[in-house]
Write a protein that binds this ligand. Structure first.
Ligand code: ADP
Length: 464
């Protein structure tokens, strides 16, 4: 018997003015277990569908999402705040994960070999790993959802998706679209809550759940890994970053500035891949810094629906407080403000595009993710020093290297402890590429073929 209770509701806010867009019932642990029940009920049927059938459903979802690009984009702007043009870009990037994994669904290939000693044959097959809990952040409300749902469904898993409390509406729209595309009931279950800890605890304590795929902060990631330990749940973790952006002596400065604008300002700096530390060779430092300052000062800030806006608000007051704290600390320790370094008065959580140079070692901004439109610049005189600085972090998600000599840039990229490297470009993300980090930036990869493997369990058969 279900006892109807009046559930608490939580508001979804527009970060451009703090107004309430909508409110949703906040799911608790019982609702989360009901979602696991639904995922369990749908699991066998979904896993036994022909890979081609799963592929075609995902392909239809890609097509629907492409048709609905504008609707999804508008929802993203409302609850997350990025400019409409960027939101359209995210909605197509998100759809591409569905297309990519519709193609990967038929490539869960195994292996066959003769044992090295010649004693027997070895056959390896792949099966869906089981029910997966997917926890996504607010910065890419659509793309983080499809980057996890795509491979999970392609692999034959059923899922419980827990979107960020700031951006649940986009996730719900995507779930609706998947149903329309033919995803059977119970395969994708969305649990919205503003109290995620008890929900995650309940789901990860359920022995039917075999996978966690999480994107978010390293602190929460560590806690979730602890929750995975008792039942030895497989965890894919996309955590924080502290990306170094290296400009070598021989870099093309125009290319480096364009790359810096992309690496810093994509998503308003609210990306784990955002360049967090600019390390520039002494000889080109002023030229790079003055051109970057000019480009940053020209960025138009405004409501994401304003046609001219290139930078929207930060997600909430706490995010802006953090940016302010990091900037104030850097200035106190001797950094110089080239532009910005102030909030923009009025409603919403706007912060001016900021360039700081002469950032001093020990400044908090060098060790914490700023997650906002702030570019802190340091200089170096030799490349070994630059590599050492780049590696001076517990994170290792992405690094950017700018040099006219691709071989030299590549050699430096090889020395940096990181999962991804952008060579003379400021964006690396692609659904076809393995996205992920080393060190405390995470475990596992999303996208590419690797993304599918995260949701598959190999099974090895030995026979004569
Ligand atoms: P951010 O700082 O970017 O908001 P978080 O790591 O706090 O990153 O959030 C990423 C996701 O993790 C969101 O869906 C959020 O609801 C969820 N989350 C936050 N805290 C917890 C927790 N204790 N247990 C489970 N999920 C959590």
């Amino acid at each position: 018997m279900v006892i109807a209770t009046e559930r608490r509701r939580f508001p979804v806010l527009d970060p451009a003015d703090g107004s309430v867009i909508d409110s949703l019932e906040s799911a608790g642990p019982d609702d989360a277990i009901a979602a696991v029940d639904a995922a369990a009920e749908a699991a066998e049927d979904w896993a036994s569908r022909a890979p081609r059938e799963r592929a075609e459903i995902l392909r239809r979802a890609f097509e629907l999402m492409t048709e609905r690009n504008e609707d999804i984009a508008r929802l993203i702007v409302r609850e997350m705040g990025k400019p409409l043009a960027e939101a359209r870009g995210e909605a197509s990037y998100a759809a591409e994960f569905l297309r990519w994994f519709s193609e990967e669904a038929v490539r869960a290939n195994g292996d066959f070999a003769v044992a090295p000693a010649g004693t027997n044959r070895m056959l390896v097959t792949h099966a869906p790993i089981g029910i997966a809990l997917l926890i996504t952040p607010w910065n890419f409300p659509a793309a983080m959802a499809t980057r996890k749902i795509g491979p999970a469904l392609a692999a034959g898993c059923t899922v419980v998706l827990k979107p960020a409390e700031e951006t649940p509406l986009t996730a719900l729209a995507i779930a609706g679209l998947l149903t329309e595309a033919g995803v059977p009931e119970g395969v994708v279950n969305v649990v919205c809550t503003d109290d995620p800890a008890p929900v995650a605890e309940a789901v990860l304590s359920d022995p039917r759940v075999r996978k966690l795929s999480f994107t978010g902060s390293t602190g929460v990631g560590r806690r979730l890994l602890e929750l995975c330990a008792p039942q030895v749940i497989s965890a894919s973790m996309e955590l924080g970053g502290n990306s170094p952006f290296l400009v070598l002596q021989d870099a093309d400065i125009d290319v480096a500035v364009a790359g810096a604008m992309a690496a810093k300002m994509r998503n308003g700096g609210e990306a784990c891949t955002a360049a967090n530390r600019f390390l520039v060779h002494d000889s080109v430092a002023e030229s790079f810094t003055s051109r970057l300052t000019a480009a940053m000062s020209a960025v138009r800030v405004g409501n994401g629906f304003d046609r001219t806006a290139q930078l929207g608000p930060l997600i909430n007051a706490a995010a802006r407080d953090k940016v302010e704290r990091l900037v104030a600390d850097a200035i106190e320790r001797g950094a110089r403000v080239r532009t910005g370094a102030q909030r923009i008065p009025g409603p919403g959580y706007f912060y001016a595009p900021t360039v700081l140079d002469r950032v001093q070692p020990g400044s908090q901004i060098l060790s914490e993710e700023v997650f906002g439109p702030v570019a802190p610049i340091m200089t170096f005189s030799d490349e070994d020093e630059a590599i050492a600085l780049a590696n001076e972090t517990e994170y290792g998600l992405v690094a950017f290297v700018f040099s006219r000599d691709l071989r030299r840039a590549m050699a430096i990229g090889e020395e940096i402890e990181t999962g991804m490297v952008g060579l003379n470009r400021g964006v690396v993300s692609d659904p076809a590429a393995p996205f992920g980090g080393t060190k405390q930036s995470g475990i596992g990869r999303e996208g590419g073929h690797h993304g599918l493997l995260e949701f598959l369990e190999p099974k090895y058969f030995a026979f004569d």
